[in-house]
Ligand binder design. Structure first.
Ligand code: CTP
Ligand code: CA
Length: 225
């Protein structure tokens, strides 16, 4: 039966997916991180492989087992993710940036464990924007898809991000909604392009992965849908 579920509409495509939340070390035992579980990115990697793509999964630490037949590139920090992505992006025809990238990193990393005494003020500096760099270096055939987490006016902020970063589409999570999204097996999103906003209602992340890929395929081959 699984043969029946194997579509080949991504055959010939190389899909580069980022997943998980990057971590920025404060000292040898502590880091700045975020709540990303990696589930959406891993579901996308599995779904793209099932649809016949070659899949490269650049992943920050997660508690998940990577899907079969996927090239896994483990990274920890934003800078490592940036190197892994920029070093492989020329092979990709579709780039999906599902990772929750740390926006800031500590200016200094302590060599020894910081000791608890009194207050602590951290000085942070911004990380590089990997999605914007990928979009700048894209070749004409490449599709670039970002994710965005917003807590207010999601469509307005999401479209602003899409234009600012030069992405073809943004998968918009409204993180103000309870019970879905972070760490959940379910999610609901809006697939945003320059001129469309398609609501994908609550479903499992695995089902959502296929729906997102269908929208990506529709961008690639408008004549076939
Ligand atoms: N992203 C990235 N590099 C960064 C930050 C974000 O590649 N340093 C990517 C994410 O992987 C995601 C998209 O940009 O695909 C949007 O992430 P988001 O955090 O919503 O955007 P930011 O530009 O960081 O804006 P915000 O201030 O709202 O966090
Ligand atoms: Ca961010």
């Amino acid at each position: 039966l699984s043969v029946l579920h194997r579509r080949n509409d991504l055959a010939g495509e190389t899909v580069l997916i980022t997943a998980g939340g990057t971590r920025e070390a404060l000292d040898p035992v502590r880091f700045l991180g975020n709540r990303s579980s990696g589930k959406m990115g891993y579901a996308l990697a599995e779904a793209a492989e099932r649809r016949g793509a070659r899949v490269i999964l650049v992943t920050a630490p997660t508690a998940l087992r990577p899907p079969a037949n996927v090239e896994v590139v483990p990274v920890v920090t934003t800078e490592e993710m940036r190197h892994a992505v920029l070093g492989r992006v020329d092979q990709a025809s579709v780039v999906i940036k599902a990772a929750a990238v740390a926006d800031y990193k500590p200016k200094m990393k302590a060599d020894q464990k910081l000791k608890r005494k009194g207050g602590l003020t951290l000085e942070l500096e911004p990380t590089e924007d990997i999605l914007a760099e990928v979009a700048q270096r894209r070749h004409p055939e490449m599709l670039v898809v970002g994710f965005a987490a917003e807590t207010e006016n999601p469509v307005v902020h999401g479209r602003d991000k899409l234009l600012r970063k030069g992405a073809d589409a943004i998968v918009l999570n409204d993180v103000s909604r309870e019970g879905i999204g972070f760490d959940s097996d379910r999610n609901a999103v809006t697939f945003l392009t320059r001129d469309t906003a398609i609501d994908l209602p609550e479903m499992s992340k695995r089902e959502l992965a296929d729906r997102i890929l269908e929208e990506v395929i529709a961008l690639r081959r408008p004549s076939l849908v």
